[in-house]
Design a protein around this ligand. Structure first.
Ligand SMILES: [Zn+2]
Length: 457
């Protein structure tokens, strides 16, 4: 059994939907026994960054709450937190209601919501209180995409302050929009329309600059800050320095930044488009720094930013008639099914310890977003979300073996060592050897406690 703290030999007793006992000599002769000899028994993984069933231009992300959570379960993830979104002119309550309707009765594993805010029309304290009452204790704001998502720094500051005072946390997409806008128009006016120019127009310096600003705002307000999908070494350095100064800054990275690099944009445009995401994939040397960040704890979480589009949708673009330039390619990569095994590869290689793997993929995400100790740990009273991970199982990450509804895999040349053999969600088997056990609607919505602290509330 692997926890965020240690590895030990133990039995886990499940009674109903919860863990009843953990240790040696627990359980009774009448218990049904699953022999996990040779396997690693870990808490179900927690993915705090997914975009299911989200409208983007004329298309939508390819996985809905059924297919997306089936894929999650098959890969050992038993909790997801998705981004409910209040678009401009809509109330947060409205956005939340829409996302509840998308998920209800469909999800296979438990799920919660963050609230994405694209404008602030009323009082920030009221908004934070209203959402906390509705079980949502984290907010997402964008520092780019001015046409539909970005908010000015005053709004970030205002919401950060209010969140900090009420046990909530702001998470930020950090790319400096002024940098991006000017490089983008430079590329486009020179007729540089291929996917590689997408990456060129969103350089690491734009991320570093935005993270610096975000850290300054966290310092000024004294509120916790969570940086989503951190992709580059300079941005990580800003987080590390801030944390050393005692600023409450947390950051996640994603498998695509750990395993894929900007070379993908040199492929023919149609294939390169599949790797368009923001921030973009970086030069390979950033990966070493991100792994080191995960090892040292400067980076606390691996989440996926699962935002899958089919190859056909990537090709037809945001307007449906084919993309004329890189700004019209739906941005996002799939990843909800492959995260746990991909990160495990570095345990097999000796770069991360098994407890660090559990901590970054399961325990810390649950703690930061108000789900611990119900999720992210195997303790008496916790939900019986249990993964029996077989380190000897080899699995090629080809689309035929995966369940995300996209028809391709960004990792099709990768064969991982280790895959979940059994996955339980609240005591119910939801996946076996990477295949789903029929359980639509088993997943329940999670009302979350305070966010933004590593300590339990
Ligand atoms: Zn995202």
């Amino acid at each position: 059994m692997v926890s965020a703290a240690d590895v030990r030999r133990a039995d886990v007793v499940i009674a109903g939907e919860q863990i009843a006992a953990v240790g040696t000599g627990v359980g009774t002769p009448d218990d049904e026994v699953l022999d996990a000899t040779g396997c690693l028994v870990i808490p179900g993984a927690v993915d705090v960054h997914t975009h299911m069933d989200m409208e983007v231009g004329v298309t939508r992300s390819a996985d809905d709450f059924l297919s997306g959570t089936v894929a999650a379960a098959c890969g050992g993830t038993t909790t997801v937190i998705d981004f409910a979104t209040a678009y401009r002119g809509e109330s947060a309550a409205h956005g939340l209601a829409i996302w509840h309707a998308k998920a209800r009765g469909r999800a296979v594993v438990d799920y919660g919501f963050h609230m994405t805010v694209t404008e602030l029309t009323g009082d920030a304290d009221d908004l934070v209180a209203e959402m906390a009452e509705a079980g949502v204790t984290s907010f997402k704001l964008y520092m780019t995409y001015p046409d539909r998502l970005m908010v000015p720094d005053e709004v970030i500051l205002e919401l950060m302050r209010a969140a900090g005072e009420h046990g909530a946390m702001v998470s930020l997409h950090c790319e400096d929009d002024a940098t991006v806008a000017s490089l983008r128009s430079e590329a486009l006016s020179a007729g540089r329309t291929e996917p590689r120019w997408h990456a060129w127009s969103r350089p690491p310096s734009a991320e570093t600059e935005a993270v610096k600003r975000a850290v300054r705002m966290a310092e000024e307000t004294g509120a916790p800050l969570y940086i989503v999908h951190l992709s580059s070494a300079g941005a990580l350095e800003q987080v590390r320095l801030a944390r050393e100064r005692g600023v409450g800054v947390f950051a996640e990275t994603c498998p695509q930044y750990l395993y894929l690099s900007a070379e993908r944009y040199e492929d023919i445009s149609e294939r390169a488009a599949r790797f368009v995401c923001a921030p973009p994939l970086r030069d390979p040397w950033h990966q070493e720094e991100l792994w080191e960040g995960l090892r040292s704890g400067a980076l606390q979480v691996v989440a996926t930013d699962h935002c899958p589009f089919t190859a056909a949708d990537k090709k037809s673009g945001l307007t449906g008639g084919g993309w004329g330039d890189f700004t019209q390619i739906p941005g996002g990569l799939p990843g909800i099914e492959t995260r746990l095994a991909l990160v495990y590869q570095k345990v097999a290689e000796g770069v991360l310890s098994a407890p660090q793997w559990v901590d970054r993929c399961c325990t810390t995400p649950a703690k930061l977003f108000g789900l611990h100790p119900r999720k992210g740990t195997l303790e008496p009273g916790s939900d019986a979300d249990v993964v029996v991970f077989d380190p000897g199982a080899r699995r090629p990450l080809i689309p035929e073996r995966l369940h995300m509804k996209i028809g391709y895999s960004p990792y099709e040349d990768v064969v991982v060592e280790g895959w979940p053999a059994h996955v339980f969600s609240r005591g119910r088997l939801v996946a076996r050897a990477g295949e789903a056990v029929d359980a639509p609607g088993w997943g329940t919505w999670l009302r979350r406690g305070p966010s933004g602290s590593m300590a339990d509330p």
